[in-house]
Design a protein. Structure first.
Length: 155
């Protein structure tokens, strides 16, 4: 295996690990109902947080490995997500379908709320809506991620 092939295989393996974390935490978020107890609501909330974080890590990895400049500024999280819904000609196809960009954006907003609203109670209805969002977003995004992974190096 050439050094270039080895590097591409490593990039793909790292990106697959990120995506598998998205899937694992998405499944955990769906595994319990947020209405049952406060601890179940907390489990769902943290699973949603971890799923989104893994997705953001994947997006950042794709950007880093295509030579794009690091993100900066107050709105970089949102810009990263928005840019992922569009192809970068000659660099990469879109990473997620535009149809679920708003679902991912809502999950980003929830992550921000969870990390900064220390004294707020978790709303089980809001958590349930976010579980629906993560399910929809993952299902719609998976084929795009798989296509991109396949374009990096054979699996």
């Amino acid at each position: 295996m050439s050094p270039v092939d080895a590097r591409l295989a490593a990039i793909r393996a790292d990106a697959e690990r990120d995506w598998n974390e998205v899937l694992r935490h998405g499944e955990r978020a769906r595994s319990v109902g947020p209405h049952a107890s406060e601890s179940d609501a907390a489990f769902v909330a943290l699973s949603l947080d971890h799923a989104y974080q893994a997705f953001e890590n994947l997006l950042l990895r794709f950007e880093r490995n295509t030579g794009l400049a690091p993100r900066a500024g107050d709105t970089w999280h949102r810009a990263l997500l928005s840019d992922a819904a569009r192809p970068l000609p000659g660099v990469r196809p879109e990473v997620l379908p535009a149809a679920v960009e708003s679902d991912w954006a809502q999950l980003l907003g929830f992550r921000h709320f969870l990390r900064h609203a220390y004294a707020a109670d978790l709303d089980p209805d809001r958590l349930a809506r976010n579980v629906e969002r993560i399910t929809r977003a993952i299902d719609a995004t998976e084929p795009f991620v798989r296509t991109l992974l396949d374009s990096i190096a054979p699996g």
